[in-house]
Design a protein around this ligand. Structure first.
Ligand code: FMN
Length: 391
């Protein structure tokens, strides 16, 4: 099986060293475009755009990228409590049409009451998932062409509908992140693909089993994906050296302040991430080649696969064996690491010109040829390299 591999648009900043502005990068349109175009050329399936007060708006960034990319899909994160489902359905239909079916939706209910209060949402954790449930009920039906009236506990919609339909039927695929029991229940009822952050493989297996059971009870099936950072290098030593470097500029005060912010959140997913490192630099390798260092100062996805290319590919295969078919990856800085990951890992996952989302058409990345022409005469044999790496 060839896994679906996504990259990430760093709409809340990027750099070489976490927790500092040293060698930091601004979220200019030009930079985000470079990352999107690199992902498109390299043959990533799509890119995730997060949502939240710290992010450039995902819809707006993604929509500006549509004409600048050819096949790349956009996994746009949305927060149900902040938007009418009818408006969200209309936006999805428009994006889907304008991008010719390149929209995917990541449903993220939100897990920071302080941030959500700033956006005008003042309800408990589980009530937020009640809203998500009602939101998705309306959103799905409207995009499927129904006229919807819902007199719900939270939402009151009268004859809502999408007049101009999207491309994908019945609607753009729904991805979903959320670890709590309430989240899993909503996921089981509505979504196509359940996402987890990169936890210990045993925890991931447990979550998959739990969500799968809930989905079965709803008479549904579900796909699974994982969100991970990655530090892949030619050698194991170099990878671990670069992991150390990534957090070498963070001081203890910044780590402590970060943990205070995490502590105010009611997100089960964030608590699970925090528990992996407990705010300490000691024992960050929580299972072989899975490193929790990113989570010391980054909210959300906080673990990275660290290792040489063969080992990282093997760890990906191990997650795949648990039932994961979609990998949403990122690395710092996101532009260079998009290339590095594709170069080192795609051949090892048998992601080749034929399986890339490009379809391997001449002129695309890995298409006509790759590498520099030798002696102005000889075309380098990319297929040989791919086969060697894969072997
Ligand atoms: C892969 C993935 C991506 C996520 N992206 C976002 C995001 O962009 N913005 C956000 O506010 N929360 C994001 N979340 C957090 C969850 O959506 C959820 O709000 C949070 O974990 C609280 O829910 P829980 O208590 O059920 O875990 C993401 C979660 C996962 C697993």
């Amino acid at each position: 099986m060839t896994p679906n591999v996504f990259w990430f648009i760093p709409t809340h900043g990027d750099g070489r060293y976490l927790g500092t502005s040293e060698a930091g990068r601004a979220t200019t349109h030009s930079y985000m475009r470079q990352v999107a175009q690199a992902a498109d050329d390299l043959g990533y399936e799509g890119v995730l755009l997060p949502t939240g007060v710290s992010c450039e708006d995902a819809w707006i960034v993604a929509s500006t990228m549509i004409p600048l990319t050819k096949r790349l899909k956009y996994l746009v994160a949305i927060r149900p409590g902040l938007m009418s489902p009818s408006l969200a359905a209309r936006m999805a239909a428009t994006f889907d049409r304008l991008s010719d079916g390149r929209l995917l939706i990541n449903v993220v209910t939100g897990g920071d009451p302080v941030e959500l209060a700033g956006d005008g949402l003042h309800v408990s954790h589980d009530e937020r998932y009640e809203i998500t449930d009602e939101f998705l009920t309306v959103w799905r039906k409207e995009l499927a062409g129904e006229t919807v009236t819902l007199d719900g506990k939270h939402l009151n919609i009268r004859e809502g509908r999408v007049l101009i339909p999207g491309v994908q039927k019945p609607h753009p695929p729904l991805y979903f992140g959320g670890s709590s029991p309430a989240a899993q229940q909503v996921a089981a009822r509505h979504v196509d693909l359940y996402l987890t952050w990169g936890e210990h493989p045993d925890q991931v297996a447990e979550k998959i089993a739990s969500v799968r059971r809930l989905a079965e009870a709803e008479g549904r099936t579900m796909r699974f994906g994982i969100r991970l950072h990655v530090i892949v290098r030619e050698t194991e030593e170099q990878a671990w050296q670069d992991a150390d470097d990534l957090i070498s500029r963070v001081d203890e005060a910044t780590i402590a302040r970060t943990q205070q912010v995490f502590a105010r959140m009611d997100s089960h997913g964030q608590s699970r991430m925090k528990a992996l490192h407990g705010g300490s630099r000691e024992s960050l390798e929580i299972s072989p080649n899975l490193w929790a260092g990113v989570g010391l100062v980054r909210g959300g996805a906080g673990t990275a696969l660290v290792g040489d290319a063969d080992t990282v590919a093997q760890r990906i295969r191990e997650f795949e064996a648990l039932g994961i078919d979609t990998f949403i990856m990122s690395g710092y800085p996101h532009l260079e690491e998009a290339y590095r990951f594709a170069e080192l890992i795609f051949p090892r996952l048998q992601i080749t010109p034929k399986t890339l989302n490009s379809g391997g058409k001449p002129g695309d990345a890995f298409g006509a040829f790759s590498g520099e022409i030798i002696a102005n005469t000889i075309v380098p044999q990319d297929e040989t390299r791919v086969a060697r790496a894969a072997g």
